[in-house]
Design a protein around this ligand. Sequence first.
Ligand code: IVH
Length: 668
Amino acid sequence: MKTDINKLREVIRHHERKYYVDDQPEISDAEFDKLMRELEELEKTSPDEVPSDSPTQRVGGSVSLGSRIPHRSPMLSLDNCFGKEELLAFGDRVNKILEDEPVEYVTELKIDGLGVSLLYENGIFSRGLTRGDGEFGEDVSGNLRTIRAVPLRLTGADPNAIPPVLEVRGEVFIPKHLLDEINVQREAQKETPFANPRNAAAGSVRTQSTSVTAQRPLDIFVYSLNYVEGYEFTTHSEALEKIKSLGFKCNPYTQVHDSLEDVVTYYDEWVAKREDIPYEVDGIVVKVNDLSQQNELGSTAKSPRWATSYKFPAHRSTTTIEKIEVQVGRTGVLTPVAILAPVKLAGATITHSTLHNEQEIVAKDIRIGDTVVLERAGDVIPKILDVLKDKRTGSEVEFSFPDQCPSCDTPVQRSESEVAIRCVNAGCSAQLKRRIEHYASRNALEIEGLGPATTNQLVDNGLVSDVADLYSLKSENVSKLERMGPGLTGYLIHEIERSKEAAAAKVLVGLSIFHVGETVAELLIEHFLSIDALSQADAKSIEAIPGIGPQIAESVCSFFTQNHQLIEKLKAAGLRCFTEEVAKKPPIIEDSFFTGKTFVVTGSLTDMTRTEASTQIKTRGGKVTSSVTGKTDYLIAGEGAGSKYDKAVELGVSILTAETFLEQIKEN
Ligand code: IVH
């Protein structure tokens, strides 16, 4: 019985691989579904014995958005080359360091998706992280295991040769042609469409619900073997072959070249074929193939010296402007938006483009009915590059900016000092809707399930008149809204409750204070420690913070003067950043062992987290950086220190054990 069930799992795994990884199915979908149903039935007889790598166990795993899990080694980014000159300059730098040894290059397509790492222990998928900030990633294991091209168990000719620990890295993506389908669905549900396949991939992986991810047509190409125990390789291409044999999906268009001239040919070929590739590719990646050469070249804090990306030119297309609408932003700024005849650009159908402000329209002489060139460079939202004036027929209409807010009819305000035209009505419902959306956004309180559709209804039905009202929403009122069943309502209320735990800087961002984004909010909280203290500060003391100018200081002060009641309501709602005792920032000790020295902390320290260790160093006047370089004075190496330790040894950087470090902290 047990062997039957295991055999069936093996058979299903084989067909999953044939279908999702090799793209060479051997049986029909119906036959595959039948095998899955058979396995599900068999597993029902002993549900407690279903292993985590069974093909039935793809949905329902755990996800911990917001978690900060350290990467084994930093997930670096790549330097960019724009043009052949820059690529050749990259080659010159490589040759210089390698003293003109012969160099073989591997080229790969640079897939525009979401970078992730996948960890396997004894051949079983055990954890998947997003790239995060490169140093720490988020645990999205449950979502990554829903991707059928991610093996839950490694395969291989020799089951005894499965490495005990293996970490690969790759790019999760959504095929271009499926983006429009997802967006049609999203629009039907009054959700904002994804701007490009990359956002769709990121949005699908970074969600709390594995069943949402499972419905998205996500795929993956693994592009590197980051860590393995029990194997040695001499080249990157050899490592890729091994990865493939273990059941991972690698991009088929990888090539090895003897010279950068050949690399340029590869690039030119792919620029020409770019639109035919079924997934979004924003360039090629060029990597030195030999791993010992890679090692010799090493990395800067941000990117390896042995690799670069050679970017494709920006996507361009022409279309016409059908109308110009004016949108009201969360701070009352009125933004003209061009409504376009739909056009495909970089995998997405574009129907809108911001015109920024009235001046932009005047400067470019943009008229309704004009034919325009639309450009999208990399990640950036598409913009109107140019007006094709020779295509004008005379029927184009000049746009005149409205004198009243399109939402609340209040006369608009123009000022001498800025280009923005504003609606200054504090009660304008369009502004309120955008403020609530922003409050719930990823940069602020990260309340999932509070998109434009729900927000609009909450405001239109009078259920909220400021962000603090979110905390007194009642299930019975929310569940009456369109498309809000008891499930979604429960989830939303839970998410709102969860947001009470948000850090002060996040809440500050969420308040939609003019000129206060993430960086400014961090600076303000770092200085004042709490929103309460900040709200009582005068412009002078705010302006005294390095990096904060008079405009920001003025805006913060006037916000708190006008929004006293809102802050009191948030306090009463029980947001943790208002209620908890704020730790007094310890004064910087100016003369200590740490003063003026640069530290890197790695591995796990017994008595404190790495963040705490960093704080201790900083308060003693030391500097903490993320990678070991010639400028590092000390590496603090805890349990399980890896590549940073090796690097420190290689560069002759002094190493402190966790114990010595703690002793120094006590003494200083
Ligand atoms: S190599 C240190 N190879 O591009 C080496 N990256 O800025 C870096 N990417 O976030 C990764 N396709 O997620 C590599 N074939 C490829 C890639 C690739 C896409 C992404 C990667 C990273 C970004 C680099």
